[in-house]
Ligand binder design. Structure first.
Ligand SMILES: Nc1ncnc2c1ncn2[C@@H]1O[C@H](COP(=O)(O)OP(=O)(O)O)[C@@H](O)[C@H]1O
Ligand SMILES: [Mg+2]
Length: 221
């Protein structure tokens, strides 16, 4: 579903060069979940952004659903992202001024998908959003907002969900609940998940745990 081949990336700051990724290979199959672990500053977010076509590598190849991103135009990549990828970030990035329902349906509308789908019902019910659908998102608690963010990211049935520290703003109990629900919904829709976290417990929700250190990935037992 998602393959990275020999991905390298450096950042330049005046004279100095920071090589963040040094030849990363990774394969994420359909319905599979991978957690990327590593200390802050190790390049996890950079790797996620490259894997999602939001940033370009210096060298190497990214394939999503068999398509090499280097062979696609910006516009084609944007369409692929809109239709087939989902994103959850630490900052919830909800659309203020819209209620929960309209936040959920936003990406479906962009993709011209009908709003009344049993999947929306299921997501809302699993995430406990039913009673909140008519509320403006800005009045919700942070735990509620993050559940909306997860619902929104999955509403158009993406093939791959990218989650970067999705529970970073939540306390421990809430983090576990939210992660549990996210993994359940991902499994129900046979979506692949690339999860970035510095937290081993959160990483344990994924099928595989990969540690990013000094530009290299290695599998944790
Ligand atoms: N656009 C950028 N320009 C310069 N340096 C960057 C940029 N993005 C990330 N970095 C640097 O690359 C390193 C890895 O960053 P990041 O991928 O955000 O790590 P992580 O998500 O593991 O905390 C950090 O040292 C960060 O400062
Ligand atoms: Mg990060």
């Amino acid at each position: 579903m998602l393959s990275l081949r020999s991905i390298s990336k450096s950042f330049h700051d005046g004279e100095s060069e920071l090589q963040v990724l040094r030849g990363i290979d990774m394969h994420l199959g359909p319905g599979e979940s991978i957690a990327l672990l590593g200390a802050s500053g190790n390049g996890k977010s950079t790797l996620l952004q490259i894997a999602a076509g939001l940033e370009s590598p210096d060298s190497g190849e990214v394939l999503i659903m068999g398509l090499s991103l280097a062979m696609q135009s910006e516009r084609e990549i944007a369409m692929l992202r809109r239709r087939h990828l989902g994103f959850v970030f630490q900052q919830f990035n909800l659309l203020p001024g819209l209620d929960v329902r309209d936040n959920l349906l936003f990406q479906r509308r962009l993709n011209r998908l009908p709003p009344d789908d049993p999947w929306i019902e299921e997501i809302s019910s699993v995430l406990g959003l039913g009673p909140l659908l008519g509320r403006p998102v800005e009045v919700l608690s942070s735990g509620q907002q993050q559940r909306v963010a997860i619902a929104r990211a999955l509403a158009h049935r993406p093939q791959v969900l990218f989650a970067d520290e999705p529970t970073g703003n939540l306390h421990d109990t809430l983090s576990r609940q939210v992660m549990d629900l996210m993994v359940k919904l991902v499994a129900d829709s046979n979506c692949s998940l690339l999860l970035v976290t510095h937290n081993r417990e959160m990483a344990s929700y994924a099928d595989r745990q990969l540690m990013l250190e000094e530009g290299h990935l290695h599998e944790l037992a």
